[in-house]
Design a protein around this ligand. Structure first.
Ligand code: SAH
Ligand code: SF4
Length: 421
């Protein structure tokens, strides 16, 4: 029996791809091994969006080099954004037997065949969680100046509407209640398909699947999000009122140097439109601090934007120069590490206060959650607005929609009890 271990870091896309790889390996009789060291086959699904992620990959490869010196039958595969376009990883890292670009399942299956394994596309046995991720568009055409993703994942390629609808119908029949549609840029979906269907058209189709309770999608690009999409979210009952809309900076000159294609004013207008048309919408954003040349004043603009727009969630990262990117070629990484750290901490502290106030408004109110599973003896799930809620109750709640009355709030999660209405 083949024992495999899939090591995954990075975005939701990587998580979705790892599940698909696991499905293939189980179709050949493979069984998951809890630890790297118990496996015959290790797949590293990697991220290099920042140097810190790349360092984790290099560390794990080092660990595998050690393991392999003791067990020469161990097989090591690498996928994800560590794999470049015409990269001979196996040549550079002797511990690697084979690498394949993210989403290149054909290459992966062909390699396994050469090893005597016969794989089929298979979805996993009914997963413990009622939530699934569904990639709908691969790659990115934007080339933001700091970002390595387009170099590693290639140009945008959308999956046909029928393909996605068919897959989601199958998932719904197996008990999946919530799907999250994934892409680096979901709102560019469909521009490369015949007839140019868009994300709004796809959401409208999926909204017809009765067994499904919820549909989400991420990540949006502020430059590409359309009024049609906003209105579709507003009027489709299964599509959740939650939008991820990375702004990256609150300063026009920095946004320009980042190559984001919008101004702060345009972004604020967009947020106002979304809030007008989708009542109760929750919004998340991403921020990069310490982009080359970012002055205290420019950082101040980002700080004020976060203060005034009051997002539900802010993901903040310190700028990290990435190979091949325009920013790494053209600009010096001149903001000292200590200042980057301080700016990052200031945004985090500001956001903790804002999220604390926003969540406190839910105190005493009933919210509907989809129960995903149990952690430390408590059930947990998310609201339609993507807030994490814990509750204690007897019985099996997995996969059920529950109404919870909120009794405790914090910036990061909520707690409550099943409401008896
Ligand atoms: N497609 C999405 C996000 C892709 S990468 C978008 O357009 O926003 C995920 C997040 O990583 C980005 O939103 C950005 O905040 C961060 N990121 C990307 N490259 C980075 C870099 N070189 N340094 C620091 N953070 C980076
Ligand atoms: Fe990277 Fe920009 Fe594409 Fe997002 S939109 S993946 S940040 S290049």
């Amino acid at each position: 029996m083949l024992r495999y271990h899939i090591w995954t870091i990075g975005c939701q896309m990587n998580r979705a791809e790892s599940r698909r790889i696991a499905g293939y390996l189980q179709s050949a009789g493979g069984q998951p091994a809890t630890h790297l060291s118990d496996a015959d086959l290790v797949v590293l699904n990697t991220c290099v969006v920042r140097q810190s992620a790349e360092n984790k990959v290099l560390g794990t490869l080092g660990l595998l080099r050690g393991l392999k010196s003791k067990r020469s039958d161990l097989r090591v595969l690498v996928t994800g954004c560590f794999v470049g376009s015409d990269d001979d990883l196996a040549g550079r890292f002797p511990e690697v037997d084979f690498s394949f670009r993210p989403g290149d399942y054909e290459g992966f299956v062909a390699w396994c065949k050469r090893q005597g394994m016969s794989l089929e596309r298979a979805s996993l046995q009914r997963a413990a969680s009622p939530c699934a991720f569904v990639p709908i568009i691969q790659g990115c055409d934007n080339f933001c100046s700091y970002c390595v993703v387009p170099y590693r994942r290639g140009r945008e390629v959308s999956r046909p509407v029928e393909d996605v609808v068919c897959e989601v119908q199958g998932m719904a029949r197996q008990g999946i209640r919530e799907v999250t549609l994934l892409g680096q840029n979901v709102d560019s979906y469909g521009h490369d398909l015949p007839g140019h269907p868009d994300l709004a058209d796809l959401l409208t189709e999926l909204n017809r699947i009765d067994e499904l309770a919820r549909i989400r999608f991420l990540t949006n690009h502020p430059k590409a999000i359309s009024l049609k999409l906003i209105d579709t979210v507003a009027c489709s009952d299964r599509v959740c009122e939650h939008i991820e809309l990375p702004v990256q900076s609150g300063d026009d000159d920095i946004l320009k140097a980042m190559g984001r294609g919008y101004t702060v004013e345009r972004y604020i207008e967009l947020v106002n439109t979304i809030r007008r048309r989708i009542p109760e919408v929750s919004l998340s954003t991403d921020i990069i601090v310490g982009f080359p040349g970012e002055t205290d004043e420019q950082f101040g603009h980002t700080y004020s934007l976060i203060e005034s727009l009051r997002f539900d969630v802010v993901h903040v990262a310190a700028y990290s120069p990435r190979p091949d990117t325009e920013a790494a070629r053209e600009y010096r990484d001149d903001v000292p590490q200590a200042i980057k750290k301080e700016r990052l901490a200031r945004i985090e502290a500001l956001q903790a206060g804002i999220a604390s106030d926003i969540n406190a408004r839910l105190q005493g109110r009933p919210v509907e959650i989809l129960v995903e599973g149990q952690k430390k003896g408590k059930w947990f799930g998310r609201t339609r607005s993507d807030k994490l809620v814990f509750f204690a109750a007897r019985g099996d709640w997995a996969g059920r929609l529950a109404e919870i009355r909120i009794g405790r709030t914090s910036p990061w999660s909520l707690g409550g009890e099943v409401s008896d209405k």
